[in-house]
Design a protein around this ligand. Structure first.
Ligand SMILES: [Zn+2]
Length: 74
């Protein structure tokens, strides 16, 4: 498995804000608690953004398929 580092901060501020906000925390069992210290990487063609839950500081991972990258907005 190849893990390729990507630069989260290359994204637009809008993207950054929504990725930091739209999270799922396994520990809190809640959505959209937000994350901090984001790190973005690609693993086997899947882009992952990993950070820490704003509430419990557990690791939170957001997974996005490459095709979805441009169309995250609702
Ligand atoms: Zn949490």
């Amino acid at each position: 498995m190849d893990k390729v580092e990507r630069d989260f901060y290359q994204r637009s501020e809008e993207d950054q804000a929504s990725f930091l906000q739209q999270t799922w925390c396994n520990k809190c069992q809640k959505v959209d608690l937000g994350m901090k210290d984001p790190q973005e990487y690609e693993l086997d063609g899947v882009i992952l953004i990993e950070g820490k839950c704003n509430v419990c500081e557990d690791t939170v991972t957001t997974e996005l398929a490459p095709d979805d990258e441009a169309g995250w907005e609702e």
